[in-house]
Unconditional design. Sequence first.
Length: 278
Amino acid sequence: MPELPEVETVRRQLEREVVGRRIKSVEVRGTRTVRRQSPEELQRRLEGARITGVERRGKYLLVELDTGDLLVIHLRMSGQLVRAAAKDEVSKHTHVIITFTQGGQLHFVDPRTFGELFVVAADAIDEQAPELAQLGIDPVDEPMSWTTFARVLQAHPMKLKAFLTDQSLLAGIGNIYADEILFAAGLRYDRMTDSLSSQEIRRLYRAVVETLHEAIRYGGSTLADEQYVDLHGRPGQFQEHHHVYNREHQPCRRCRRNPVLKTKFQGRATYYCGVCQV
């Protein structure tokens, strides 16, 4: 699933590529992708609207329109937003095509069809999309001090990986970046939040901020399934800099002698170094 760095990469590209453009037409090819409202309502509320901005909340994209509406996009497991020309071949997994009056298109491609698009009034988003209102602190968009981070951490006794991936506490971190953050902090996935020393909390806070910003700098991570690509169809590069994720049996890049271990945590693969993380 695209996590905060991948979604932020796409957001920044959308901000450069589509802000100021007016939507000429919307074609819905896959009704599973538009499931909170009818395809006709989505088309009616988008066609003729001009895009004025693009924001992100956790893993959600919010495309601002001059009508006062928001187009909400959630990529989920395999969703992709791809810029295209009208003459380009359309992928068989393309479920929505947005065409601009100035030329060019935006394709929503989703092989597994878990992603979705819907339009809501900006002033009613918390009522109509309550999952957005329930998101916690965004570690990239909402700068926080380490003391604020410490208060949130210590107020929720739980295992560290569960804390990092709880969207109601920290928005946008998923399986990949939780493992990378914990490695950077030198902490095991199953340590309890209330067992950390002040120094360990500082290390974890720094690892959250630095890991996410570094991943954004490299355009996010694209794994072997190649289900994440950016707006121009290019894969991310941060996977080349992973220290533990998907590196089972390979030497730890810190201690150089112990292999990366893999286990299951909350039903998800978890990677760590049994020596460097305590």
